[in-house]
Design a protein around this ligand. Structure first.
Ligand SMILES: [Zn+2]
Length: 459
């Protein structure tokens, strides 16, 4: 069975055109004006609506085991929330497993997710310890379908940080094998020194979270990492750039001729650190922390000027109870839910409020993540032959975001009470309707693992 999406405005990275979209056998079979109905196709009326490529959230943490606990959303609730917000592919993370090769750890993560996912998924690999034979291990990792690694410049105490020599060694091997290097950039020494000084002064309440990890720590790590990798001729992708100084460091690196990709996240574009003054401060703790309104303005400038490549959520949900176990800004579980609100928030704050072009939504939420992470042209655009991952989006539908309307198991949303203009009405993953007007229609286990073709596939 197929569908004919009739009468909508098709949005791609190139622009917007009024066109019908035909779907057969899980793929887009035609895009054009006045496509003819056939008895094998069900017609979906998209008059007055946008027809967007399915969103790829390039940064989620479902079923993440960390700091002695596990995140509230597993692959079932996480991808259900994703589908209900127009996200048709999530890129999650595989962690290294001691005594196991990178490829085997990736395969174990694929097997873990597969029975539960309602959307398609891909994986990055977090590397916190240099493998013994990085070149062959990273080649095998790409062979198993993982197209990017994530390295940390911070969290030495938690065991995430890769020391400089290993950082360079792993980055070079990943690059040679055809994987993209992505980095969580915050200056560890700066953050650790600040932490001990703050602890000495008793400044440890959740209210101090933003102070404990300043934008300057992010900027310094971006400058440092970009120049180390840039001088070695390696491109680098910075995850969740959160601050004006961080974006400025990205600009400086690009001026030096380094290839730098930058991602930011909806919470850095909408919420400020004033929230840390509230009693429920813990529910807004993530790293890097929220900043102030100057940073929000700077980041939006970056988005509107095309300086950001990707907007992704870093969805890492914990329940209120898990959050409440934290006694200070240093031990509260960091992370918030966000996958379901990604597209509505970017549309409302970007297009409705700031005049962002619709093609920029398609570029940053679909096309670029597909290109950078080796999923294109199967994913990321609306074109014949691509998977039929499509969002029918009503630009005038107003919806108030509340915890009751969300599908994350966090039990709360950081955007409680916000009214957005524009919301998905129908979402298809490979030609199957997974969401329709407020109702989840997907099926656990129907999503597929999409193997990345790696960095070198980009043309
Ligand atoms: Zn993350």
């Amino acid at each position: 069975m197929g569908y004919l999406i009739k009468g909508g405005i098709v949005i791609t990275e190139k622009g917007e055109i009024p066109a019908d979209v035909a779907i057969d056998n899980q793929r887009i079979s035609a895009v054009g004006s006045d496509l003819v109905d056939s008895s094998e196709r069900v017609t979906l009326d998209a008059r007055g609506k946008y027809v967007l490529p399915g969103v790829i959230d390039a940064h989620t943490h479902f079923a993440l085991r960390s700091r002695g606990t596990i995140t509230a959303d597993d692959f079932e609730s996480g991808t259900k929330a994703a589908a209900c917000g127009g996200v048709t592919t999530v890129i999650d993370f595989a962690d290294q497993i001691p005594g196991m090769s990178l490829a085997d750890a990736a395969k174990a993560r694929i097997d873990e997710a597969k029975p539960y996912v309602a959307t398609d998924f891909a994986l990055h690999m977090t590397i916190t310890k240099a493998p013994e034979n990085p070149d062959s291990e990273l080649r095998d990792l790409l062979e198993s379908g993982v197209g990017a690694v994530k390295l940390f410049t911070t969290y030495r105490a938690a065991g995430y940080l890769l020391e400089k020599n290993d950082f360079i060694k792993v980055s070079k091997a990943a690059h040679r094998a055809g994987l993209l290097v992505t980095v969580h950039a915050e200056d560890n020494d700066l953050v650790e020194n600040l932490e001990s000084r703050m602890k000495a002064k008793g400044e440890t309440a959740p209210a101090y979270h933003a102070v404990s990890r300043p934008g300057e720590a992010e900027a310094s790590a971006i400058r440092n990492t970009a120049s180390i990798l840039g001088e070695a001729g390696l491109p680098v992708y910075f995850v969740h750039v959160s601050s004006g100084p961080g974006l400025e460091a990205v600009r400086e690196a690009r001026k030096k001729g380094y290839t730098v990709y930058a991602e930011t996240s909806p919470h850095y574009l909408t919420l400020t650190s004033n929230l840390y003054a509230q009693d429920n401060a813990r529910e807004f703790i993530m790293t890097p922390p929220l900043r102030d309104s100057c940073d929000i303005d700077a980041l939006w400038n970056g988005v509107l000027n095309g300086e950001f490549d990707v907007i992704a959520t870093d969805h890492c949900a914990f329940t209120r109870r898990q959050k409440a176990e934290g006694t200070s800004c240093f031990d509260t579980l960091p992370g918030i839910p966000g996958v379901e609100t990604l597209l509505p928030l970017v549309h409302h704050e970007g297009v409705v409020r700031r005049g962002m072009r619709l093609s920029e939504i398609a570029r940053m939420l679909s096309y670029n993540p597909a290109k950078l992470f080796g999923l294109y042209p199967r994913k990321g655009t609306i074109t014949p032959g691509a998977d039929a991952d499509v969002v029918i989006f009503d630009p005038n539908l107003r919806k108030t975001i509340t915890s009751d309307s969300q599908h994350s198991k966090a039990g709360y949303t950081p955007y409680e009470g916000m009214t957005v203009q524009g919301y998905p009405t129908t979402v298809l993953v490979r030609g199957k309707v997974v969401y329709d007007n407020g109702t989840f229609l997907g099926a656990q286990g129907s999503g597929r693992f999409i193997a990345s073709k790696g960095r070198l596939s980009r043309g």
